[in-house]
Design a protein around this ligand. Structure first.
Ligand SMILES: Nc1ncnc2c1ncn2[C@@H]1O[C@H](COP(=O)(O)OP(=O)(O)OP(=O)(O)O)[C@@H](O)[C@H]1O
Ligand SMILES: [Mg+2]
Length: 499
């Protein structure tokens, strides 16, 4: 409630304007019966057609005036609630970006999505209804009492007594019902979260037979996330960072998620600005962890990471997150339209910009084929798309963000070759002139990288260009031959089938 008020305060002008029109509307409503009584008392009783017409005309005027006020009130009220809603969404999105991984794990993506979409809509409705309830209803009530008192003073005490009794009843009712309403809401929230999560993870849950535990889980109260502490924290005199060049250096970096269990061991590597670096390696070798450190989802345990010559920890977290365009392995799409998904975090982007970004990412083809194109709502948060399509959408999002450094944790290991080609082309296009770090499972995607790092058990086992590593004839060469070998076989099989 307090939170909503701070947002409304920012748009006090429009808010007051709509309140003004609301009050005028109430006044018009109140005046009608008064003139009705004049018609009866003056006109009808004296059989004076002229008077009847005269008051009738005034009533029509008032009705028109009331209608005008209603339209204006509607306009300004919607504008207030829309703007507040938009700002709330933007701020919530920002605070999601600042959430530490621990907090994200705790709040759970399903609940975060519910909050950004449903809760904000509820707040908007609340603002609308608050104005109606808190301004129009009392005004009408008080105005009516005043009018009655003026016109028939004898009845006034009776009316006041009735209103007083009614107010008492309503108050008592609210006192009892309000806490219950709150409880219902939080239970609904819980149910909503658990159901959503259950549905989206139903296969996994079933596989582990964890249904019972899952049923016990519950969610936190709404909006708590806005108060959430972000971790790691900014240093006291953290420096601002505006469009970095993108020189990255890891110097003797080690890291453990759990004490005593190093996941990265003494990694040193230089990534010059404007170059493309690929990280490859078997599952669990620490590739995603490198990215977690670069984007400061976690801080290094030992050593240092430099960006443009300064320790990452010397920059403001907010600027840092803006410097990195990140496409993560587990793509985060939301139950919103395709367009909204692409411009997430950049609500100011226009339709044309969104289309352009989708085109660059090579995602426009499949988007156009969706039932409502860019306006198709991804009801299941993207689960109705293929893995490759989801990735193309998140690449489009990164294109739109236009960050100087691009990070991509590829999830394309199970993507068909056509989509893979598309992703590869999209990458070539957006990696142009910017520093990029790409984790790839299909080695053919990253053949053209300036530097390839092969991680093994958290250490750099091999590094160099594709040619250099092929000449080395070590692990990388072995992996590459294995992958391309299967490709050739698959291609031959397809040829035979076609023939
Ligand atoms: N949040 C975490 N807490 C504890 N251990 C973790 C966490 N995240 C990853 N690990 C561990 O760190 C190691 C490296 O994980 P990482 O995600 O970096 O691997 P990866 O190379 O990206 O694998 P993949 O190819 O499957 O994506 C793994 O052994 C993993 O179990
Ligand atoms: Mg990974």
């Amino acid at each position: 409630m307090k939170l909503i008020l701070t947002y409304i305060r920012k748009h006090l002008g429009i808010f007051l304007l709509s309140t003004f029109f609301l009050a005028s509307e109430a006044l018009c409503d109140l005046l009608q019966p008064t003139f009705m009584s004049y018609i009866v008392d003056d006109g009808v009783r004296n059989a004076d057609i002229g008077r009847i017409l005269f008051y009738g005309l005034i009533m029509t005027g008032i009705a028109l005036c009331g209608a005008f006020c209603a339209v204006m009130r509607n306009r300004f009220a919607s504008r207030t609630s829309q703007t507040v809603g938009k700002e709330l969404r933007r701020d919530m999105y920002r605070s999601v970006q600042r959430l530490s991984m621990e907090n994200i794990d705790r709040l759970q993506p399903a609940s975060i999505i519910t909050r950004i979409t449903n809760d904000v809509t509820q707040v908007q409705e609340f603002i609308n209804s608050m104005m109606r309830m808190m301004v129009k209803a009392p005004l009408t009530c008080i105005g009516a009492i005043v009018l009655i008192t003026i016109q028939t003073p004898v009845q006034a005490p009776v009316i006041v007594a009735i209103v007083f009794a009614a107010a008492l009843l309503i108050f008592g009712n609210m006192k009892i019902a309000y806490p219950r309403f709150g409880r219902v809401q939080s239970k609904l929230d819980r149910l909503n979260g658990v159901t959503r999560e259950y549905l989206s993870a139903v296969r996994v849950v079933k596989a582990f037979r964890a249904e019972k535990e899952e049923a016990k889980k519950f969610e936190e109260a709404s909006f708590e996330m806005l108060d959430e502490q972000s971790e790691p924290e900014d240093r006291k005199n953290a420096a601002p960072l505006v469009r970095p060049r993108g020189d990255i250096e890891l110097r003797h970096v080690s890291f453990c998620y759990l004490p005593g269990q190093p996941v990265l061991k003494d990694i040193s590597v230089k990534i010059p600005a404007g170059t493309q670096t690929a990280i490859v390696g078997t599952t669990g070798s620490g590739k995603t962890t490198v990215i977690n450190l670069l984007t400061r989802f976690y801080d290094v345990s030992e050593g240092c990471i430099f960006l443009d010559g300064h320790d990452l920890r010397d920059y403001r977290m907010e600027d840092l997150r803006e410097a990195f365009g990140v496409v993560l392995q587990d793509t985060a799409l939301f139950a919103a339209t395709v367009s909204e998904n692409i411009c997430y975090g950049h609500p100011e982007a226009g339709q044309e910009q969104i289309r352009q970004a989708a085109k660059t990412a090579g995602a426009d083809g499949f988007i156009e084929r969706l039932p409502q194109g860019y306006h198709t709502v991804l009801e299941q948060g993207g689960m109705e798309l293929s893995q490759g399509e989801r990735q193309l959408l998140t690449i489009a999002r990164a294109v739109l963000a236009d960050a100087p450094i691009l990070i991509l944790d590829e999830a394309t290991s199970s993507v068909d070759t056509v989509t893979e080609q598309r992703i590869r082309r999209a990458l070539l296009e957006i990696c142009k002139d910017r520093t990029s770090v790409i984790i790839a499972h299909r080695l053919s995607t990253i053949r053209d990288s300036d530097l390839i790092l092969l991680l093994e058990n958290g250490e750099i086992a091999e590094q160099g260009t594709h040619e250099e590593l092929m000449n080395l004839d070590g692990r990388y060469a072995q992996m590459y031959k294995m992958q391309t070998g299967t490709y050739e076989k698959a291609a031959k099989a397809a040829e035979r089938e076609g023939a």
